[in-house]
Design a binder for this molecule. Sequence first.
Ligand code: ZN
Length: 212
Amino acid sequence: MMVHMSNMSTPCGNASHEPGRHEHRLPFLFFSGRPCLDFAATRGGCGHRGTERIGAPDHLTQWGIEAGLLPDDGGAGEATERTVREACGLRESLYRAVRAKMDGGIPRRADIAEVNRWARCAPLPLALSADGRSRAWADTETVTGMLASLARDAVELLTDVDAGRLRECAGETCMVVFLDQSRTNSRRWCSMDLCGNKEKKSSFKRRHPTAR
Ligand SMILES: [Zn+2]
């Protein structure tokens, strides 16, 4: 299902476009503890900041499915080249705003405006399934609703969370930002299985240079 709209001046609607098909894509990272930070990690992470994971419409829809924000079949959450561009714009703004908070600064005005532009849009509708245990999906789940929900999550993160709980993964080439919810506030890695293990292996090699 696709909604065709033209002359959109707000991000609250879909643009018309036939989605492309891209079979190969990088895995998504869901380690950050917050949907908006997982979304920020669709660029970079366990590589470098230039690594793009949602560069195609079906990648963006797939991210929404894997994030649990869109139904398994994507529902009405069909992304377009335009929504990909808009998603990337929102992602960069929210990432920079989070980094500004981490650095004790104030986000750029343009980044605040971009996050707000999306946060004002209708978010994904929330509903409970008949068994009362899972989420029920509505026909109105869309990628734009998903972006609005992510922007709202960013607003809550930026206003409710202590900056000292936001950290960048200690992995040498990883730029994933996560919310440290550990009791001791000492989490270092986006994921122990990825960057944590990589570091363990390289520190073993440093200590045992002749070992194979
Ligand atoms: Zn990492």
